[in-house]
Design a protein. Structure first.
Length: 435
């Protein structure tokens, strides 16, 4: 099964990276059920891990805590009268993290596997973008009927006259997130490894990183672009801490901590201001500068409409402390509560509406706490930094929970960090006395 874990992850990445094209091909061929092959892979991974736990009685702390929170969310949703289908749809979304975590607990998922995925799938994603730039692909704007609703197979849209390209993907931001995730895991591996590749290989990888940057620019996904730049900055600061001596180590670490604190501030404070006084932020973003207005337009929309409306979901028959439960916000609403649909586009907002403010604050606090306590000398610190980046940078303006690539990457990175941390603790433990 260890070798199969690598194949399952690779197939899942391929399906997500080409989901827009595949949905068009499957529906056109009269085989729409194949659309859910990637979900079947997630269930297969989780089922395998469940069997592993049952036979060895080894329960992981991270999965146990995640499972407890999800059970709470499901019970809360049932209490609030959500249909089983709505609850199941909402639960399926969270299972992406669980599957990513469990599959990366396999020894076959290592630096070699991450580098291989980076070198295979970045050119594939880039090819789709180039193809859409040069010609009209048949799946662009494709839609079909499912669950009594019209489902976008591949979104066709633009920003200020510029097309937002998705390539083989389902939407421009999904494609951008895939490039970000591949780059993040590759960079984490590079920072973690002590060995170095041949010069030609390093040059090729540098070209692929440049391709990731260019591809994200083409998609016009601002959050993914900022996250990639933040990722590069944090990885550089982490490397500088490892090689610095004396006060320089404290300086580089202090800069990293300041950056992470600002990121956490941007995840939590703007949504709160959006409910209390949105003009505090939107007034600063509305200027006579056309470029700033274009760049800030989607953020203003979140401040003035999306986040206040998300808070409104809790003012009916639900509670700020408890939340609505699994399926209470996001895609599940699109199919089962169409009139109240809200995309959230913020990790704190999504968690507050789903699980309540206490669990949401604990999750963001955990990410910030881990980031601030990060030690450059820890061999797995780069992987933990990827998890923190996804939660605090992408989470500021992206629905991380419903971004399959981001959530899977967070699960994989968390598992790799735990594996390295557990190995490190075991190696440092004194031998049990024999007499």
């Amino acid at each position: 099964m260890n070798r199969a874990a690598g194949w399952l992850l690779a197939i899942w990445i391929a399906l997500v990276a080409t989901e827009g094209m595949l949905r068009y091909l499957f529906v056109s061929s009269g085989l729409p059920f194949l659309i859910y092959a990637k979900d079947a892979i997630l269930l297969a991974i989780i089922a395998w891990y469940g069997l592993y736990v049952a036979t060895r009685w080894r329960i992981d702390t991270t999965l146990s805590l995640s499972g407890a929170v999800l059970v709470y969310g499901v019970l809360l949703a049932v209490w609030h009268g959500f249909s089983p289908a709505q609850v199941g749809f909402g639960l399926k979304i969270f299972l992406t993290f669980v599957a990513g975590y469990t599959v990366a607990m396999s020894p076959s998922i290592d630096g070699t596997a991450l580098r291989r995925a980076f070198r295979i799938f970045v050119p594939l994603v880039a090819l789709g973008l180039v193809l859409e730039m040069l010609t009209t692909v048949p799946w662009a704007g494709f839609a079909y009927e499912a669950f009594g609703q019209t489902v976008e197979g591949s979104r066709l849209w633009g920003m200020s006259g510029l097309p937002r390209l998705a390539g083989f993907g389902r939407a421009s931001f999904s494609t951008a997130n895939m490039l970000l995730c591949l780059a993040a895991l590759y960079l984490a591996d590079r920072v973690t490894r002590a060995d170095r590749d041949r010069r030609a290989v390093r040059f090729f990888d540098a070209l692929l990183l440049a391709l990731c940057f260019s591809g994200i620019v083409v998609t016009t996904a601002k959050t993914a672009l900022l996250a990639l730049l933040a990722l590069g900055l944090l990885m550089v600061l982490l490397t500088l801490q490892r090689h610095a001596r004396g006060n320089l180590t404290l300086i580089w670490r202090g800069i990293s901590q300041c950056c992470l604190t600002v990121f956490a501030f941007l995840v939590v404070v703007p949504p709160v201001l959006a409910v209390a006084s949105p003009a505090t932020v939107t007034g600063l973003l509305r200027t006579n500068n056309i470029i700033i207005n274009i760049l800030a337009s989607s953020y203003v929309a979140r401040m003035e409409r999306m986040w206040p409306e998300a808070a409104g979901l809790l003012t009916l028959d639900h509670n700020l402390l408890t939340g609505r439960g699994v399926g209470g916000i996001g895609t599940a609403q699109r199919y089962f509560e169409t009139a109240q649909y809200n995309a959230a586009d913020n990790l704190f907002v999504y968690l507050v509406v789903t699980f309540g403010v206490v669990i949401a604050a604990a999750a963001i606090g955990f990410l910030l706490w881990k980031g601030l306590r990060l030690r450059a000398a820890h061999p797995g610190s780069a992987y933990l930094l990827v998890v923190v980046l996804i939660g605090l940078v992408c989470g500021a303006t992206t629905n991380v929970v419903e971004s399959a690539g981001l959530l899977m990457t967070a699960g994989v990175a968390m598992a790799l960090w735990r594996r390295i941390d557990d190995t490190r603790k075991t190696e440092n433990e004194p031998e049990f006395p024999t007499s």
